[in-house]
Design a protein around this ligand. Structure first.
Ligand SMILES: [Mn+2]
Length: 322
């Protein structure tokens, strides 16, 4: 996996950059953006990072995340290089308007095909955008400082289920090992990621678990869980507290696909699907206008909860029986 030559040239020659990543950011979006920003700063560049939803509480421990801003002047972009990280179209960052930029770059590992970007570096096989940023920084000759290393490690850890999913390759572990040599403390990262929950967040998980339905009579065994806006109100939480919740039902032996339906408006739902092994949930997401990877995909849909559950189960079983 090596970055395109024209990307290296651009990053060396240009001076002003705005990095942006997707709404509802997780470890890969945050870690990749921040690691790239620190590196560009060390190269003497002017860099900003925009993530519309800011940094969720659970990621506040990551070094240098203060650089992330939740507001953006579109006007200022016209003289800057606009770099999309861990997503491939401006809409995913929450920018709805058209805007001008000097040049645009996409660095992403999502397989959904979009044509945005003057320079596109998309590696659907890459387990995390963080791994791509690692190779990019290596190619640029930037020193991997402890802060950069920790951001890249969190990015890679989160997208591989902390080295448990099928995308955990020898290469991933080799890079992780090097990042540990560069100053990452894996135990400290794991405590911050997995053993530092707020009671509010834990209460939301308890409520979600109570909604779980197991559909295990068809060819594909599906677990569906639901989070409503009412649950957010009752527990004092919001969407940023649901990171990784879609994975919870994967722990059941008799589940091939875990689905979380999260309410995002009176009749609007965000579906997050997680699968084990070969089952490709990205194909199902596409049917509903969404996207993602083989084992992690999602879409947004309007309708009643029961309708959506019914349609989704039907599609999952259809795909499972071919
Ligand atoms: Mn990612």
């Amino acid at each position: 996996m090596s970055p395109p030559e024209e990307l290296l040239t651009l990053l060396k020659q240009e001076h002003s950059f705005t990095i942006a990543s997707h709404i509802n950011p997780e470890g890969d979006a945050i870690g990749s953006s921040v690691a790239l920003a620190i590196a560009l700063k060390r190269m003497g560049k002017d860099v900003g990072v925009y993530i519309k939803d800011g940094v969720p509480e659970m990621y506040h421990f990551m070094p240098a995340v203060e650089i992330i801003e939740d507001s953006l002047s579109l006007e200022s972009l016209k003289d800057r290089i606009f770099i999309l990280v861990d997503c491939n179209e401006p809409k995913r960052t929450g920018i709805e308007e058209t805007f001008q930029y000097r040049l645009s770059v996409v660095i992403d590992h999502h397989e959904t095909k979009k044509d945005f970007g003057d320079i596109r570096w998309v590696e659907p096989e890459a387990p995390a955008t963080g791994l791509m940023i690692y190779y990019l920084l290596k190619a640029l000759g930037v020193e991997i400082t402890p802060d950069i290393a920790t951001n890249l490690y969190v990015a890679i850890a989160v997208d591989t289920g902390t080295f448990r999913y099928d995308n955990t390759s020898a290469e991933v572990l080799r890079v992780a090992a090097e990042l540990i040599e560069r100053g990452v403390s894996p135990g400290w990262v794991a405590r911050n990621l997995y053993e530092s929950w707020s009671t509010r967040r834990f209460n939301l998980l308890r409520q979600m678990l109570n909604t779980m339905e197991l559909h295990n009579s068809g060819p594909v065994k599906v677990a569906i869980t639901v989070i409503t806006e009412e649950m957010f109100r009752q527990t004092g939480t919001d969407a940023s507290d649901t990171d990784d919740f879609s994975n919870v039902a994967r722990m059941l032996r008799d589940v091939d696909v875990s689905v979380l339906l999260r309410q995002d408006g009176p009749s609007k739902w965000k579906a997050s699907m997680r699968s084990k092994g070969e089952f490709n949930v990205a194909k199902v997401a596409k049917v509903f206008g969404g996207g993602g990877h083989r084992n992690a995909a999602g879409f947004i849909v309007e309708g009643s909860l029961e309708e959506i559950k019914g349609q989704l189960l039907k599609r999952l079983q259809e795909l499972g029986s071919n």
